[in-house]
Design a binder for this molecule. Structure first.
Ligand code: NAD
Length: 340
């Protein structure tokens, strides 16, 4: 056999590809759509937890149909890393050839995780928002707070105002300094106290939370109004009754994954109302389920992140890297017979 090589892509290699965010949203939408058709394989995540409040998730997926993509993400979440000057969420992706199983690429998973999470929220907004979505409130001015502003605006062009809140004023200031020049077409409005937070939510048609997990919820039914899309990136930030009493419609990326979080007690008021009545984002995209029935519904979208979106973006990254010849080719094996 010839020497078998795979492509290695660092985070900086991926950044050098200058991938279009619109293309990422498109790739995620296509992957989710295929998942909605039932042609994919998605085992539920398995994990280790080497330290309290940390995780390492193994996330394999196969996307079928005419996409025929497979790979695995091995991703870590270590909240204390912030203090060490390291990313909280990072890891690698392995992409494989569906014919041989051969490794085609090993690549950084940090950029992919960050952008695919926002892309899923953007696709959800595209299908579940009310018609005139002029304002959005984002709680949590961190990594996801930034990515979501960027990608949701791409699918909600009518969005004019983004209110931004954080536990720390300094985080809001840093957010404004970064995001306002990047998105001059949107007015970013800082929220400095809980009264302003409520006024912002009252004026918003999308409420997205991207905070860290904490013991107590930060959003309750009385904060919300009809005709909204709720996008919790961490299910526990929203009181259990926001799902069971406030929500008219429940959208998720994968019900099997939601059930794991449910069994873990993350939905404190249960989800009985939606056991037989939830909608899968992929089916909504395909027109086989309804993302919003009218302008009055309160729609909540609880997507915990599935590897379908990771491998969809991973494949896009790999294709572009091959075209531009970016990355480093590394040898994996040289010969088949290795008995000495
Ligand atoms: N569903 C998914 O697929 C998915 C994927 C990635 C991340 N996430 C989740 O998204 C959340 C945000 O991730 P990130 O990478 O942006 O984290 P981050 O640490 O970069 O940002 C979180 C921000 O929230 C702020 N915050 C914390 N508690 C708050 C509160 N009570 N009120 C207001 N602000 C508060 C923090 O100060 C910080 O600025 C995390 O919970 C993460 O687990 C979900």
């Amino acid at each position: 056999m010839e020497r078998y090589e795979f492509r290695y892509l660092s985070q900086e290699d991926i950044l050098a590809l200058n991938l279009s965010y619109a293309d990422v949203i498109d790739a995620v939408e296509k992957g989710m759509s295929e998942f909605g058709r039932g042609t994919c394989q998605l085992p539920v995540k398995i994990h280790t937890n080497p330290r309290p409040l940390t995780f390492l998730n193994a996330m394999p997926a196969y996307i079928g149909g005419d996409q025929d993509i497979t790979g695995l993400k091995w991703v870590a979440g270590f909240p204390e890393n912030r203090r060490k000057g390291l990313p909280v969420t990072w890891g690698i992706m392995v992409m494989n050839d569906c014919e041989t199983g051969g490794v085609t690429a090993i690549m950084d998973a940090r950029w992919i995780t960050a952008i695919r999470t926002a892309a899923v929220a953007a696709v959800t907004a595209k299908y579940c928002k009310v018609k005139d979505t002029h304002s959005m409130t984002i709680i949590g001015a961190g990594e996801q707070g930034r990515w979501n502003a960027r990608l949701i605006k791409m699918v909600v062009p009518e969005l004019k105002k983004i209110y931004i809140h954080d536990l720390y004023d300094a985080a809001v200031d840093a957010y404004l300094a970064k995001m306002q020049p990047l998105m001059p077409e949107v007015e970013f409005i800082p929220i400095r106290n809980m009264e302003q937070r409520q006024q912002a939510i009252d004026d918003s048609q999308i409420l997205l939370s991207a905070t860290q997990r904490s013991d107590k919820p930060i959003i309750y039914c009385e904060n919300l109004h009809k005709g909204m899309l709720g996008l919790p990136l961490e299910s526990t930030a929203w009181d259990g009754k926001t799902y069971t009493q406030m929500a008219d419609r429940f959208i998720c990326d994968d019900w099997n994954l939601v059930k794991c979080y449910l069994d873990d007690g993350k939905y404190t008021d249960g989800l009985d109302k939606f056991t037989n009545n939830h909608q899968i984002l992929g089916k909504v995209i395909n027109g086989d389920a309804c993302g919003r029935a009218n302008e009055d519904e309160f729609v909540i979208a609880s997507s915990h992140g599935i590897a379908i979106s990771d491998v969809a973006v991973g494949q896009m990254v790999l294709k572009k890297a091959e075209e531009k010849n970016i990355g480093t080719m590394l040898p994996l094996i040289q010969e088949v017979d290795i008995i000495r």
